[in-house]
Design a binder for this molecule. Structure first.
Ligand SMILES: [Zn+2]
Length: 272
């Protein structure tokens, strides 16, 4: 995942923005008819319900207030997670590196990528890793779309089950933006939303193995969940090399601290 401030691909491809509400209209003067206020108030309520839950992406806020959503688990364990795959150009390198380190992880995959590369998705599961839902596409929720949220989340969960034979347990929305609609969609699909406590900032063109290790290390505590990416699907081309290069040092540092590294399924994620 990647936020808007770190790149331009989504701005280019969507070409959309919130627009200027009311632009071109005459300013309201004098008494305003109550009826005229209703649509604005309703719109504000809809916008609040849509976007307020998204504030949970603030990592330190959710670590303190929503430990289950942050992915806080047992204190002697670190959950290792990868987003945005599977990708035949990069994911196999991560599987090889994880095998060499004797580590299993959780892969939050996109339904469209699983549909495109089912054998690779199956291979991830056969190597003992856990697959989870990251959405159908890597979309950004500009406007509330609860019907589409539910349809796409359910479709992604279904393609994972049909492809691997395992029912996914976890959901992490693209960009970590957990809107009200996505939250409800995950719950109705039987998925638990889980974000992260530490990330590698591995989606930028400037990322290096050293920068990724440092970024993760800045926020990592026992019981934490690490976010990395096994693909450049929604990021700078080739940036996955930085995450891949960071893996041995990260795993060694965790083990030196007395923390086991594994998937969310073994993390005993907090219920709160
Ligand atoms: Zn993502």
């Amino acid at each position: 995942m990647r936020f808007a401030t770190t790149g331009t691909r989504n701005a280019r491809t969507t070409g959309r923005g919130p627009g200027r509400a009311g632009a071109g209209r005459a300013p309201l003067t004098g008494a305003v008819r109550p009826a005229a206020l209703v649509p604005a108030a309703a719109l504000a309520a809809v916008a609040a319900a849509h976007i307020v839950p998204a504030a949970t992406w603030l990592p330190r806020l959710r670590t303190a207030c929503l430990p289950g959503l942050a992915g806080i688990g047992r204190p002697d364990h670190i959950a290792l997670t990868f987003d945005d795959g599977p990708d035949p150009d990069s994911t196999p390198h991560f599987l090889t590196a994880l095998d060499a380190l004797a580590v299993r992880a959780t892969f939050f995959v996109l339904g469209e990528n699983v549909a495109r590369h089912p054998a690779l998705a199956r291979h991830i599961a056969e190597r003992g890793h856990e697959l989870a839902v990251h959405g159908w596409t890597h979309s950004r929720p500009w406007l509330p779309a609860p019907g589409r949220d539910l349809a796409e989340t359910a479709r992604a969960a279904r393609v994972l089950y049909d492809t691997t034979g395992h029912r996914p347990q976890w959901y992490r929305p693209p960009y970590g933006i957990l809107t009200g609609g996505r939250w409800a969609a995950a719950r109705r699909t039987g998925l638990r939303p889980v974000l992260w406590t530490a990330w590698g900032r591995d989606w930028t063109a400037r990322a290096t193995p050293g920068s990724v290790r440092a970024a993760v290390g800045a926020d990592l505590r026992g019981g934490g969940t690490v976010l990395l990416h096994d693909t450049d699907h929604a990021a700078s081309p080739g940036c996955w090399h930085a995450a891949l290069g960071a893996l041995p040092g990260l795993v060694t540092a965790c083990r030196d601290a007395g923390w086991e590294v594994g998937p969310l399924a073994e993390h005993a994620v907090a219920r709160a």
